[in-house]
Design a binder for this molecule. Structure first.
Ligand SMILES: [Zn+2]
Length: 275
């Protein structure tokens, strides 16, 4: 039997730490099914970039957590670039743990209670993975939180044992226009408080010209969902209007459009050529 060659890949956390140190960001794209996940991986391959393929708990409600884990692991195994499989917006420690057991390398848990985060971080580290904590809530419908003192971020990181820190810089989830006004003074204070990678949620709401600056100044993971969804759905809608009937035809159109948009974001964030 021939040995199968597996390239040695850096851990997801090592990829993100290299990004923080190097002044660029790893794009974290949300997928919900086969075609959207393929769009993410193919964009990363085309740009020779490491990428985070993430599925949210909302996506798991649609497609099944185990099914999405299997899909992600299969695409990761066949990818020509590092693909970090991440579970986004876990709403409970139980689901977060389930995701880790299914093979998600990284997990984000909603909430900022160090007592809840610590044991979960220990589980993630035992498996070679990482935990993303929500130091601050980025507005999402009814979910809105208070901003904390940036100077306390380092203390929170030590207390929670978390590896990545989601912070509120003024972006918003599910916002279709790019009118968010980021607070770069706040970002500087947060970045000074910890050397850990910071995470920007709701990045579709951010003017594109500001993404490179965000990446240079301490944000190493940039979550993008809404804008890619719009690209995918717009192309599917056009394809259907043109009379497409076979799902392979309109899903192909959606995948291609989403891949093109993802490639633009990878370039904006400075990730191209890093893999
Ligand atoms: Zn988010």
């Amino acid at each position: 039997m021939n040995a199968v060659w597996h390239p040695v890949r850096p851990s997801g956390l090592a990829v993100l730490q290299a990004a923080r140190e190097g002044g660029y960001a790893v794009a974290a794209f949300n997928a919900v099914n086969l075609e959207t996940a393929e769009a993410v991986v193919q964009a990363a391959e085309a740009q020779r970039a490491p990428v985070i393929l993430q599925f949210s708990q909302n996506a798991a409600r649609h497609a099944g957590l185990a099914q999405l884990a299997a899909l992600g692991l299969s695409l990761k195994a066949g990818a020509a670039v590092p693909v970090i499989l991440h579970f986004d917006h876990a709403e409970s420690a139980g689901v977060a743990l389930q995701a880790m057991r299914l093979g998600f390398e990284g997990v984000m848990l909603e909430g900022d209670d160090p007592a809840l985060l610590r044991p979960l971080a220990a589980m993630a580290h035992a498996g070679g993975g990482y935990l993303e904590a929500e130091y601050e809530v980025v507005v999402k419908g009814e979910r809105r939180g208070e901003r904390h003192d940036p100077a306390l971020l380092g203390h929170f990181a030590q207390e929670s044992h978390c590896d990545l820190l989601a912070v509120d810089l003024g972006s918003a989830h599910k916002q279709e226009d790019k009118s968010a006004q980021l607070d770069f003074g706040r970002l500087a204070a947060l970045a000074a408080a910890t050397s850990l990678p910071l995470v920007l949620h709701g990045a579709s709401s951010v003017p594109e010209g500001e993404l490179a600056r965000v990446a240079r100044e301490g944000v190493a993971k940039v979550n993008l969902a809404t804008d890619l969804t719009l690209a995918f759905t717009g192309a599917v809608r056009d394809s259907l209007h043109q009379g497409a009937k076979d799902p392979r035809s309109y899903l192909h159109a959606g995948r291609s459009a989403m891949q093109a948009r993802a490639e633009e974001y990878i370039k904006l964030l400075g990730g191209a050529g890093r893999a």
